[in-house]
Design a protein around this ligand. Structure first.
Ligand SMILES: *Cc1c(COP(=O)(O)O)cnc(C)c1O
Length: 430
């Protein structure tokens, strides 16, 4: 498989090159030259295949000959070594729980896959890769965990001081020796600006093989389509294609779902479930995308005003707005609605949602019509947002076993001012 840049001014590359570069040189996003079509027998066999088998069949065409069969099978097995349960909540709605990975958010899958691919490539080419990533919380934890002790790869994470939750900070700062966490005396936007400048800095690019671990990286983005296959493997309503509601920010997760649908997976419409930082609804109405200044919400992983993966959605549908409109819908939800949803689902069904999943559930219930059924993605465990969830429900959350050992580990972080030069100095002179 070859990948082109969505800006159209970079050379075609293979999977390895696209992963190592992260972003294309013309600052576009990499996209596969063709979307593989699933053959009918794979679709009908899906219910009897293991999740590892189906995952291999889906991912292999995207990787081509860049990773040999046995290694790719191992990488995939490690990537998805936990459960993805689909649970019924109402007559017409189900939840796909994506928070059973080591850092309790769906980003584990992409981070684990990408880290292992980079580890594989660095073994073959003996050049060390430096992964640079800015995080508002969940991405950094998943990346720190996924890349811990992967040989030939070092990871530099920038996070804003005082703006991540205690559990998130533990996940960021207790990683392996190849992980460096910078606590930036500034905002998430400062962190992101430092990282973006680094990718365009000639001195740094000469000295280091730099790549990004955000969902712009193809190796983080592509495996996210697997969730939708795992959901359909468990989908009990064989005669009804499910509506899918995806809590959305940068639109990486939903774009991966649309890719799966385009390959032939029997999914009905998609809902981009957003908080008030919704730019997609307006885009679908007007055909024009306007970036907005982000506002803070209680579903903060979705506080994105200029979603980078919108271009990938456009590519999937060859930029035809009329087709996109028949498949995708936006849905906006305020913090008040989110809190009411967490509260009513907890009281009515004894099921605890995190603020992101709650937006997904509210959007699904709003859009489902009579005779339709669907599922939404629960993208994070409620314990990652204890202050919000405990205030709304009045209960005290238990620390899950996956997190407990972190409290015993020493936290390592380096304080830094929000200055690109300070970061550059450190990277070049250590
Ligand atoms: C990252 C994240 C999202 C948003 O996903 P995108 O792929 O950026 O749209 C939603 N929920 C949680 C918990 C996240 O961490």
């Amino acid at each position: 498989m070859k990948y082109y840049s969505t800006n159209g001014n970079s050379e075609l590359v293979d999977f390895r090159e696209a992963t190592l570069k992260g972003q294309a040189p013309d600052k576009g996003l990499y996209f596969p030259v063709n979307i593989p079509e699933l053959n009918a027998s794979l679709l009908s066999d899906m219910y009897v295949l293991s999740k590892e088998e189906i995952a291999y069949e889906i991912m292999q065409p995207y990787i081509g000959s860049c990773i040999n069969k046995n290694s790719l099978q191992d990488i995939i097995a490690e990537t998805i070594a936990f459960t993805f349960p689909l649970i019924q909540l109402d007559e017409d709605s189900y939840v796909l729980e994506l928070f059973h990975g080591p850092t309790l958010a769906f980003k584990d899958v992409g981070a684990r896959f990408m880290s292992r691919c980079l580890g594989y490539f660095s073994k073959l080419h003996s050049k060390k890769t430096t992964v640079l990533v800015a995080t508002s919380g969940d991405t950094g934890g998943a990346v720190a965990n996924g890349f811990a002790n992967v040989e030939g790869v070092e990871v530099i994470i920038l996070y804003p001081a005082g703006k991540v939750s205690p559990v998130q900070e533990l996940q960021l700062t207790t990683g392996g020796n190849n992980i460096t966490a910078f606590r930036v005396n500034g905002s998430f936007d400062d962190c992101q600006a430092m990282v973006k400048t680094a990718f365009t800095d000639a001195d740094l690019n000469k000295a280091l093989q730099l790549t990004s671990a955000n969902s712009i990286n193809i190796a983080r983005w592509l495996p996210q389509q697997l969730y939708y296959f795992f959901a359909l493997q468990q989908w009990p309503e064989k005669k009804i294609s499910p509506m899918v509601s995806v809590p959305s920010g940068n639109l990486g997760n939903i774009a991966a779902g649309l890719l799966a649908k385009k390959s032939g997976l029997a999914l009905n419409k998609f809902i981009a479930a957003c908080n008030i930082n919704d730019t997609i609804s307006n885009f679908l109405e007007t055909g024009k995308h306007n970036a907005i200044q982000t506002k803070m919400t209680i579903s903060n992983a979705m506080d994105v005003g200029n979603p980078s993966n919108l271009v990938r959605i456009m590519e999937i549908y060859k930029s035809n707005p009329d087709i996109i409109k028949t498949i995708l819908k936006g849905s906006t939800h305020t913090d008040e609605e989110t809190a009411d949803t967490i509260s009513s689902v907890f009281r009515g069904k004894g099921y605890l949602l995190d603020p992101h999943g709650a937006v997904g559930y509210a959007a699904l219930k709003k859009e489902l019509k009579e005779k339709e059924k669907g599922f939404f993605l629960a993208t994070a465990h409620p314990v990652k947002f204890p202050a919000t969830v405990e205030t709304i429900t009045g209960i005290k959350l238990e620390i899950p076993d996956a997190i407990k050992p972190l409290y015993a580990l020493p936290q390592k972080m380096t304080d830094i001012e929000p200055s690109f030069l300070a970061l550059k100095e450190w990277l070049l002179n250590r």
